[in-house]
Design a protein around this ligand. Sequence first.
Ligand code: PLP
Length: 488
Amino acid sequence: MQFEHSAQEILSRLDELRAADAPTSGGHLLSYVYDPGVAGLDDLAGAAARKVQSLNGLDPTTFPSVATLERDLVALARSVLAEGVDGVVGSVTSGGTESCLLAVKSARDSWRAATGRDDRPTLVIGSTAHAAFVKAAHYLDLRLRVVPVDPDTCRLRPESVAAALDESVALVVASTPSYPHGALDPVDEIAEVCAEQGVPVHVDGCIGAWVLPWWPGAEDRPAWDLRVPGVASLSVDLHKYGYAPKGVSVLLYRDRDRHRRQWFATSAWPGYAVVNPTMLGSRTVMPVAAGWAVSRALGRSGFAELTGRIARAAEQLRKSVDAIDGLRVVGDPVGPLLAVATDEGAAPEGRVDPHRWADAVKDLGWTLQPQPGRTQPDGTRLPRTTHLTITPVTESVVVELADALTAAADTVRAVPGAQAPADFVAAARQIRPEDLTSENCAAVLSMVGLDPAAGLGGPMAELLALIEALPEPVAERLLVEFLARFMD
Ligand SMILES: *Cc1c(COP(=O)(O)O)cnc(C)c1O
């Protein structure tokens, strides 16, 4: 057959497109990507993915290799995160969000089976739990009860969880650690108060569970995984610190019946029997094979060594931030994440706004992730922060990075943080989000100087201030419009 475009032409177009992307290796992007900095690993992952490129994960009985790859990954996760616990089973999913959604589905259906009710149970999460659980409650139609965390440590308090429990609660989520601040929730204490009420706990280890087992001091910390009685399920993303390409996560359950409630099966149509452990039907096996290959290559000792590199970089960066006047590390993070806030203890002229800082760090060639401040349900405030995800490769650039963090703070010290224009916010409060059409959203975006066609390459402080100040449904609708128009 005559191709319309040559392979060379197509691939060079792809190179051209990729040139506009943020760099995925080298340590200058401190979110989204997890660069182990190990020669040969990406090539191995790619080669493994190629070998299963033509498979369909829909039916592991037709392609038994799929069952073996997934069984191996579940067994590995079980050996690390459920040591000595019998009967733990699980599934491989396409990522953290899917693992979280499925844990909630299983809990919802288990609650319905146990209570004989078919109404909406409640999902209890800390205010720092990953947004995937907000999405789960939305998609799966559970009531969401958000529990405030300790505003100093950003950890979920067992007594607050206990106060949120009643017979409607199907699941409580604890994070190890939380994404925004890297705070390790006290899983053992939370599981204990939940067990008293017969409520299961899901441990969201999506980001941390493949690092914490090897993190310095691990032996001295209370157990937080499936060894804790009362933990019913646990999620861990291999496409984060398992160094696999995107598309692979593991979800473990203490018992088979809970696991089976995650599944969907129907024989109610005239086609093949649909029996799906996860959300998709036909699905790729490429990231699964890649994650499997990477984990076999590294083994536990490899993950331990890479975790050591992350921990050394994290310690150095924490020291560097501590030494910057006007900034502080939030709480006492355990693991590879740091959140940085203004040091309110400094005199006003010595303070650094974390979003101005992130913008200044960006000008020096490093991309950090600004996070909005938020008022919790009890009225306490979680400050605006800037987030750093530290990876093994960070260690090799940590001196340069620390210099940039310090220099950037010097350029924006005493510059007040961005505030959304008051008249605009007042006007936005009058808007009924249901009335917002695509057209008038676009008008609003251009009013505040946001051009979707330009993307988010520029300063972020103003945009974050807007997200903080606008009513949530309005902010959410505008964010949808912004990204949709970027992609239209
Ligand atoms: C990344 C993450 C998720 C969601 O994972 P995705 O892979 O992005 O879908 C859930 N929980 C935590 C704590 C995470 O860090």
